[in-house]
Design a protein around this ligand. Sequence first.
Ligand code: MRU
Length: 386
Amino acid sequence: MPALTSIRTSEGKLEIVNQLLLPHTTEFIEIKTIEDAFDAIKSMKIRGAPAIASLAALAVADHLSRGLESTPAPEWLGSVDALKQHVEPILSYLFTARPTAVNLGAATRRLSKVLQASVDAGKDPRAVAQDLVAEAKQIDAEDVGRNKQMSKWGGDWLVERVKSGGGSGTELNVMTVCNTGSLATSGYGTALGLITYLHETGKLQRAFYTQSTPYHQGSRLTAFELQSLNIPSTMLCDSMVGSLFQHHKIHAIAVGADRIARNGDTANKIGTYNAAVLAARHNIPFIVVAPVSTVDLDIADGNSIPIEQRPAIEACLVRGALYPTTLDANGVKQQATVMVTPEGLDGVYNPSFDVTPASLITAIVTEKGVAVKKEGEDVFDLTPVV
Ligand code: MRU
């Protein structure tokens, strides 16, 4: 199995794995321009809140590095004003590629701040560009370490919680939604990181994951990651969550997040809210695992989270390998996109995310620690974990 990664940078090239072709074909695509990065994010060739923020940052770094290395130097390196006028529209443009995940905006805002700070410090345009390159690389690099930290916080918290309820804490069954692993981040993952941590420490019995239609992030990507990591796991259709909770002992649901409001309301992959309602009904802890950059303190609650609506056609199509397997002349599995609905449907409802109210969430975990609600309260105080 190839090493799992969403982004790779080597020999001066910025590349992403085309997630639309996974798990059957591992194809790397070079990101040569800012437009390439925008298109890759919008078309979901790369997806997952931290991964799209990393790509946006690295695309800016790559673009600026090319300018710094080229002779003659581009006009936008001619003065600090020219550099600002060049970089600011790029940041605003990348920010609009997908609206729900706040990490993308957090990354572009962070770069804007560094731009302004370096300009205010009186640096020359080349030094300002170098500061931006360093900051952009840092945005990507810091992701893996914080993922490991939050996975440990969340995993240890869950083990203690199960133990305090009389369980052994060593044979945990944890369900997740969507894909929150290496492919959605710069490595290790958030909710899938928690599951991986439990497995690595001998506490996990089995991971369960929903298919996460219509994009099948669960059945394509989480399945691929869990297989690669040799973690015992079971896939279920999105409609089977209630049945799973009725018939199996599930100790927790762990999900990622695209945006967490100040009160703890959390936007994540469509279907997360359904799982949370069912978890509450079955008294199963529901844990959100996400970096601090996913918390949007500027919004009071989930009502202000913009929810991306994906094109109708995407909910009518399924892409995958031909079955039985058919190889092309190069020995590559042939893939096809098929339509599973009649053509020209009157209406299609296709939001990419839903919002789970804080009242249904048991714990929110970041790299800074675990937040739980005060007894009798329906909302979180996230101050200690941001
Ligand atoms: O539409 P996607 O695949 O980008 O949605 C991804 C999710 O909803 C993830 O759960 C979230 O971004 C967290 S990834 C660590």
